[in-house]
Design a protein around this ligand. Structure first.
Ligand code: NAI
Ligand code: 15L
Length: 267
């Protein structure tokens, strides 16, 4: 990696902790930000408390870094007011702050829920248009488009990761398809920090035997996942999601949440 100064938003969260550990000592500066406490800092670390809804603070946050891994935001389905602040205003503020600060590249944590309404028997790729399964998924689809605007118009390289299920190990049958091991997550972010692209969409998934996603674009950029959820199959195969709707669609439970009476027509 030739980048020296990296900002991670959402650094107090689950994936933030993973990256913070993996990147310790590898950058001149690791700037960590969240609205929640970040704990004591290491030698090259800097911790900045910042709410993504505050455009002026986000602008300052972006100053002096080469690249950003944008993990900050609401990570599940939520009411509109929360999502509008953290995921919509948040991603706009982040990209606008990055543009003004001259940041070279951003890795944006999108989600598989941007395409969660596709059925399980369809293989998706980086070219598959969004089919969000939730307000949350829609905010991620929006973020991917914000990324495209700032990539093609303003030259900020943008790597959008439609992350599956980043867990220590798969916890149910669905995750045998969607699992992203923590080590492969770090590998994918490393690709985002070093590869040559303008605006790219990739699935955040390990090399799972049962994957629903053709991740050849990410492979082309150099992603070489090492893990396969299949080794956990005997442990979790019998753990099924609760409804047929959730079992039949890629977004799982997000699809079934608040589903309307047109279920039969859409199934
Ligand atoms: P998390 O909820 O553990 O971390 C998100 C962090 O963002 C939290 O520490 C929270 O305080 C911070 N945050 C939320 N709103 C904020 C705001 N307005 N200003 C500043 N900070 C704010 O989530 P996790 O699992 O670490 O996910 C990180 C990112 O990856 C999220 O954007 C999530 O949507 C995305 N993702 C994660 C997946 C997973 O399997 N963990 C799957 C798909 C997407
Ligand atoms: C996500 O986008 C969520 O942030 C995470 O908590 C999981 O629900 C994941 O998707 C998933 O689909 O398993």
């Amino acid at each position: 990696m030739t980048l020296n100064r990296l900002l991670i938003t959402g650094a107090a969260g689950t994936l933030g902790h993973i990256l913070r550990g993996a990147f310790a000592g590898r950058f001149q500066l690791l700037r960590l930000s969240d609205r929640s406490p970040l704990g004591p800092t290491g030698p090259e670390e800097e911790a900045i408390t910042c709410d993504l809804v505050d455009a002026a603070s986000v602008r300052r946050l972006c100053e002096g870094v080469d690249a950003i891994v944008h993990l900050g935001g609401i990570a599940n389905e939520a009411a509109w007011p929360e999502l509008l602040q953290s995921n919509i205003a948040g991603v706009i503020n982040l990209y606008e702050g990055a543009r003004k600060a001259g940041v070279e590249r951003i890795i944006f944590a999108s989600s598989n829920h941007a395409t969660g309404m596709y059925p399980n028997d369809k293989t998706l790729s980086h070219e598959t248009p969004p089919r969000p399964d939730s307000r949350y998924g829609l905010t991620k689809a929006f973020g991917e488009d914000v990324a495209a605007l700032y990539a093609y118009k303003h030259g900020i390289r943008s790597f959008c990761l439609r992350i599956g299920s980043c867990l220590p190990k798969p916890d149910n049958r669905r995750a045998l398809s969607t699992w992203l091991s923590q080590a492969d997550f770090v590998r994918l972010v490393e690709v985002g920090l070093s590869a040559d692209y303008v605006h790219e969409i990739a699935y955040g998934v390990s090399r799972n035997t049962r994957s629903w996603w053709d991740n050849s674009a990410a492979y082309h950029l150099g992603y070489q996942p090492q893990d396969d959820a299949e080794i956990f199959a005997s442990e979790v195969e019998a753990i099924e999601l609760g409804t047929e709707l959730a079992r039949g669609h890629q977004g799982g439970n997000f699809v079934a949440t608040e589903f309307s009476s047109r279920e039969a027509w859409l199934a």
